[in-house]
Design a protein around this ligand. Structure first.
Ligand code: SAM
Ligand code: SF4
Length: 326
């Protein structure tokens, strides 16, 4: 599928739930968010049907996210069924990792290709402050398990001033002896949160270089489909990546669209533009009709986000990250 700027859209992120077992400060309010009622969430069959239609339109890689995708019952069957679809090359998940140890065998058997595990600190007490829940040891166990068992593993760390900016080098060191990729994400103003804690990539990089020496840019091929830029530090087995959503627009090469748990096709992280697919699906639309709605929406994909200009702008989607899936 091509959008109106000639970008090839071949990557779909599906949020399978807006529910979560954590309450990360940058993503959700402490009391959580009003969950979408079960009837409003796409059923398993609806998700599979839409995934198949997307695959027929050229989507090759699907990432399941949330909320926390591993709290959704039957997630392993969803992975296995999507993985078998003609045209689909990889199925991956973005997860907080807490439930990986208990679900690992099922996920592996389902054919999961890769995991991104979110971890913003190596300090157990700070973990509780950031996520407002326990679970640090499970996340560490999850990272080790995935790497040991040969699942491609990335660690996502949201960089926050005054919260984890004293830890960037030690978090990066997870990639020192292990074949994982540690990625630092600039804090984004999604859902109108306290993004002023954002630490720019350059500063994160300098802090890591002060400990491990110069970072050398490497080819991003083989690291997946995202906007991250990757580096190697001397003697590191793994890699270090940066997702510079605020300081560097990467939209020129954007290849993704998102499907929310309610079946809304979201075209860009910033804006609320897109198309409702659940309505037509439940009203009995054929696959061809739904495919046409998807193609028409993709043609409207915005050229770029303007998070980097965001100071008081009012065109940020009200949906928080937990409703969008990151
Ligand atoms: N629950 C899963 C997790 O935490 O990995 C998947 C959903 S979460 C919304 C997806 C990703 O978005 C996570 O890596 C999280 O750290 C990141 N994220 C959430 N809010 C963010 C924000 N305001 N700025 C930057 N990244 C954010
Ligand atoms: Fe849950 Fe992920 Fe949001 Fe944290 S970032 S509250 S783990 S959805």
């Amino acid at each position: 599928m091509k959008d109106s700027f000639g970008r090839n859209i071949d990557y779909l992120r599906i949020s399978v739930t807006d529910r979560c077992n954590l309450r990360c400060v940058y993503c959700m309010p402490e009391e959580g968010v009003e969950p979408i009622s079960h009837g409003d969430v796409l059923s398993y069959e609806e998700t599979i049907r839409l995934a198949r239609i997307f695959a027929s339109l050229g989507i090759k890689d699907i990432r399941l996210t949330g909320g926390e995708p591993l709290v959704r019952k039957g997630i392993e069957s969803l992975i296995a069924d999507i993985k078998k679809m003609p045209g689909i090359e990889t199925v991956s998940i973005t997860t907080n990792g807490i439930l990986i140890p208990e679900k690992f065998e099922m996920l592996k058997a389902a054919g999961l290709d890769a995991v991104n595990i979110s971890l913003d600190t190596l300090n157990k007490e700070k973990f509780v402050k950031i996520t407002r829940r326990e679970g640090f040891e499970k996340v560490i166990e999850a990272i080790k398990l995935c790497e040991d068992q040969g699942i491609k593993t990335k660690v996502n760390c949201v960089a926050m001033r005054g919260v984890n900016d004293d830890e960037f080098a030690s978090i990066a060191s997870l990639a020192l002896d292990h074949n994982i990729c540690v990625r630092f994400i600039e804090y984004m103003p999604v859902g109108k949160n306290d993004f002023t804690k954002c630490v720019p990539t350059e500063e994160i990089k300098e802090k890591i270089e002060a400990v491990y020496g110069p970072l050398e840019k490497i080819n991003s091929e083989g690291f997946g489909h995202g906007p991250a830029v990757y580096y190697k530090a001397e003697d590191f087995v793994g890699a270090i990546g940066f997702i510079s959503a605020m300081t560097c627009a990467f939209c020129e090469s954007c290849n993704r669209v998102r499907l929310t748990a309610e079946g809304f096709l979201k075209l860009c992280l910033q804006y609320d533009t897109g198309a409702d697919l659940r309505g037509p699906l439940r009203a009995g639309a054929t696959d061809e009709e739904i495919a046409k709605i998807i193609e028409a929406a993709v043609a409207q994909k915005p050229k770029q986000h303007t998070f980097n200009d965001y100071f008081g702008a009012d065109d940020i989607d009200d949906r928080g990250m937990s409703k969008i899936g990151g």
